[in-house]
Design a protein around this ligand. Sequence first.
Ligand SMILES: [Zn+2]
Length: 73
Amino acid sequence: MEDFTVSLTCLFCDAVLEGDTSIEYKSGDFIKCQNCEAENDYDSLIEIAKNKGIEIAKLNVENEIKNIFKKFR
Ligand SMILES: [Zn+2]
């Protein structure tokens, strides 16, 4: 299966958040959006990212299965 990444996007303007990679964010932290300057709640971002990840993983699995069946045709 291919690797996939989920980017964190601003809850307010949907811009991709570029968090400071030298900082390790944790629960309760806020990540400031560089686009609209809104403070994004880390916990909400992770929750959304998890859901997105699940969606992408599902699609990947579906494609995998389709490919497997193609081989048998
Ligand atoms: Zn924003």
